[in-house]
Design a binder for this molecule. Structure first.
Ligand SMILES: [Zn+2]
Length: 324
């Protein structure tokens, strides 16, 4: 799933391409992509894009008049920019096999594709920022949060570090890939409970969050070389542990380990992160599985109940995190 670094680079390119341009129309190839009823997509036609921004793992297109379109790429959604060909009479073709949508502008079309059979990418329209924020409250921005705000978010609920880092209500834009990289950088175990962290460990973690996300954003920006990013993936050759099961840890050489979940896995280095302990150990492994973040769909249902980080938290942590 594209996380903060990938979404940031997408947003920067989209700002360059779309800011100040009028949306002509939106063509939906899949009726399931659009998950909202009001306002209609037609109400955005002829309106100027004034800004493109990241909100959590979503890309938000802001239009003149205040309307917003929020796009979540989920795991396999990808964007492509096709500049208009001079003199062309037909609009840019939406790929038959995996195309979901085209946002047409006079100078080109933004295409959305999603590989695989599970179509999860989602587009929602909002009349204004308040309604968007109400539907999708997000946690603290990891690159901007003060040390106190970061610590408060981390300590607001007692979960494994892996789950808290990837909980969009707590932290904005961090998912499975970069949480593995961050925990490896911080030399912290994915199963450490947040309530047990010392102030020093939280500061180490915050530094790792900023370091990993900033470095990767820079690398991805350089890789795209000012062009539209076409190589978005959760698995990068330069990652230390994510997707590196069995490969040597770049710091100590120990083989990277994993804990499998329903659809993905957590990777870690036992020497660097868990005092040599293998989390395949039944109790620890069970702890992380039990505390594994819910799917985003489940998370969004939960969001309806927990509108903001500051809202009183009930016992949902104990009840909603049961394994399926
Ligand atoms: Zn290591």
């Amino acid at each position: 799933m594209p996380e903060l670094p990938d979404i940031t680079v997408y947003v920067e390119r989209l700002e360059d391409i779309l800011r100040g341009r009028d949306l002509v129309r939106i063509r939906l190839a899949s009726p399931f992509l659009l998950r909202s009823v009001q306002p209609s997509l037609e109400s955005f036609y002829g309106r100027k894009v004034t800004q493109v921004l990241r909100r959590g793992k979503r890309i938000v297109f802001v239009f003149a008049g205040g309307g917003r379109l929020a796009l979540h790429l989920m795991v396999a959604g990808r964007l492509h920019w096709k500049a208009s060909v001079a003199g062309a009479t037909a609009p840019v073709t939406i790929p038959k096999s995996n195309g979901l949508m085209a946002m047409d502008f006079a100078h080109g079309s933004l295409l959305l594709t999603e590989s695989g059979t599970k179509k999860r990418a989602a587009l929602l329209a909002f009349a204004d920022d308040a309604s968007l924020q109400e539907k999708f409250p997000v946690g603290v921005e990891p690159l901007e949060a003060t040390p106190a705000a970061f610590a408060m978010a981390l300590r607001s609920e007692n979960h494994t570090l892996k789950r808290s880092l990837t909980d969009p209500r707590l932290f904005s834009g961090i998912g499975n890939s970069y949480s593995d990289e961050i925990l490896h950088r911080a030399r912290l175990s994915p199963v450490t409970l947040t309530a047990k962290l010392t102030d020093a460990e939280i500061e180490t973690l915050r530094a790792a969050v900023i370091g990993v996300l900033t470095e990767w954003t820079g690398m991805l920006r350089a890789e795209s070389q000012g062009k539209f990013p076409e190589k978005v993936t959760a698995f990068r050759a330069g990652m230390a542990v994510h997707g590196k099961y069995g490969k040597p840890c770049p710091v100590c050489g120990s083989p990277v380990q994993r804990i499998k979940h329903a659809e993905n896995e957590t990777n870690y280095c036992p020497t660097c992160q868990t005092g040599g302990k293998l989390l395949a150990d039944r109790a620890l492994s069970a702890l992380l599985r039990k505390d594994w973040p819910r799917t985003l769909e489940d998370m969004e249902k939960l969001l309806a109940k927990h509108k903001a980080l500051t809202a009183p938290h009930g016992d949902h942590g104990a009840t909603a995190s049961k394994p399926k």
